[in-house]
Design a binder for this molecule. Structure first.
Ligand code: SDX
Length: 372
């Protein structure tokens, strides 16, 4: 066995790039996009302005922001052929399967001469439409066409439901929370694809496939399923103890980097507490009880709620079905994925780690087959 290499399972603690896009401070529970703390951006910015910041490294002036908003709003519609193909998909297809498939198909309809950034804008503009159209198609509802006059997040909610709900600005801010998070699994996987100089549609198809996993972006949907299974505050302790006995991961808790409260979970929890307290928002009481019990049982392992624990409660308030929670994660993270792909390809190498071989050696075919 090779002895000069040590396996770093899950690449724990391994840096694979130098990046100026974001900083995730796991000990302090801090998230910074291009030097701005996430709380500052949530307070003062919006999805499009923060996207510009993540892509270009500085806040846009008024003309730059207007130009980005107009580029995004003009590119929302899908090619007719793709809409017709979506109508043939099995109605029980998971929205993440549909998103992964349609993003891959979009590559065949994009102009090959487009720059990576033009394709990044194209995908950022179209992913909300794919999600909303699938919601309408699978529920046998007429499509609601994008409205150029609406901002990114407003237009998505309009295409889903034909109206813009109260507190929609929180949905826009929730997208900011999900736009970027350093070298997480889906960003790393898509950066590997980018390192081969593959095309942006292949890069983002990789990212969506990786985000779909329940240990990553798929957790937000599982959290609400868990709340439904628990059913009432009285059942929380028994349910959590049962998961622990079965050594099952508790969805919405833990994080490879944050060894304290995920700042995004803190922000989401505060919104729900402050803004919705009079609405008695569904699941919140159960969530608080789950958090109290899990944090107490795992305090030696520093396991706290992560971004996926509270996000679904907010999306559920807007009437979004839980199978659409992870696609909404993707609709925001498209910005971080494309930013890292563009940054990495400036001057970095194709990823090619090692595996330490521990299989058989010196076998001979004829000896094994017992033939002369
Ligand atoms: C996201 O990387 C990112 O930044 C991701 C993300 C982003 O914005 O891109 O933040 C989004 O993916 C958030 C995470 C969503 N996933 C979940 O909520 C699924 C449940 N969480 C776990 O699967 C887990 O916490 C992970 C996958 C998030 C992290 O896995 P790690 O890095 O392997 O966890 P760890 O090394 O910190 O675990 C230390 C110990 C282990 O026990 P021991 O082997 O030491 O006995 O804590 C245990 C783990 O088994 N543990 C849990 C747990 N999370 C960690 N035990 C029960 N339930 C959990 N949720």
């Amino acid at each position: 066995m090779d002895i000069e290499f040590e396996v770093k399972y899950g690449l724990d603690g391994v840096a694979v790039a130098i990046s100026s896009i974001s900083c995730v401070d796991g000990e302090k529970g801090k998230l910074v996009y291009r030097g701005f703390e996430i709380e500052d951006l949530i307070q003062n910015s919006n999805f499009e302005e923060t996207a510009y910041l993540i892509w270009f490294g500085s806040l846009p002036n008024e003309n730059e922001l207007d130009f980005l908003i107009s580029m995004l709003s003009k590119k929302r519609e899908l090619p007719n052929q793709i809409i017709e193909m979506m109508k043939l998909f099995p109605k029980n297809s998971h929205p993440m399967e549909v998103l992964r498939s349609v993003v891959s198909m979009l590559g065949m309809y994009s102009k090959k001469e487009n720059s990576t950034f033009e394709n990044a804008i194209n995908l950022t503009a179209k992913i909300p439409t794919i999600i909303a159209y699938w919601y309408r198609i699978r529920n046998d509802l007429p499509l609601i066409k994008p409205k150029e006059s609406l901002k990114h997040s407003e237009n998505f909610l309009y295409m889903m439901f034909g109206k813009i709900p109260e507190h929609f600005n929180l949905f826009d801010k929730a997208l900011i929370l999900h736009e970027e998070q350093g070298m997480n699994a889906s960003t790393f996987a898509s950066t590997v694809t980018a390192s081969t100089l593959s095309d942006i549609y292949s890069i983002i198809t990789t990212a969506i496939g990786t985000l779909k996993g329940p240990l990553h972006g798929g957790a937000n949907e599982k959290v609400l399923k868990m709340f439904d299974e628990i059913g009432s505050i009285e059942n929380v302790e028994f349910y959590i103890n049962n998961l622990i006995e079965k050594k099952e991961k508790i969805m919405g808790f833990g994080h490879r980097i944050y060894k304290t409260y995920d700042p995004r979970a803190k922000i989401l929890k505060n919104w729900i507490k402050e803004i919705f307290i009079n609405n008695n928002i569904k699941y919140f009481e159960i969530a608080l009880k789950v958090e109290e019990i899990v944090v107490n049982k795992f305090k030696d392992k520093k396991i706290y709620p992560n971004v996926d624990f509270y996000s679904g409660i907010l999306y559920n308030y807007f009437g979004i079905p839980k199978e659409f929670f992870t696609p909404i994660f993707a609709m925001a993270r498209i910005v971080g994925w494309t930013a890292h792909a563009m940054e990495y390809c400036k001057n970095n190498r194709i990823f090619r780690p090692k595996a330490i071989y521990n299989g058989p050696k010196n076998l001979k075919y004829k000896e094994v087959k017992g033939v002369e």
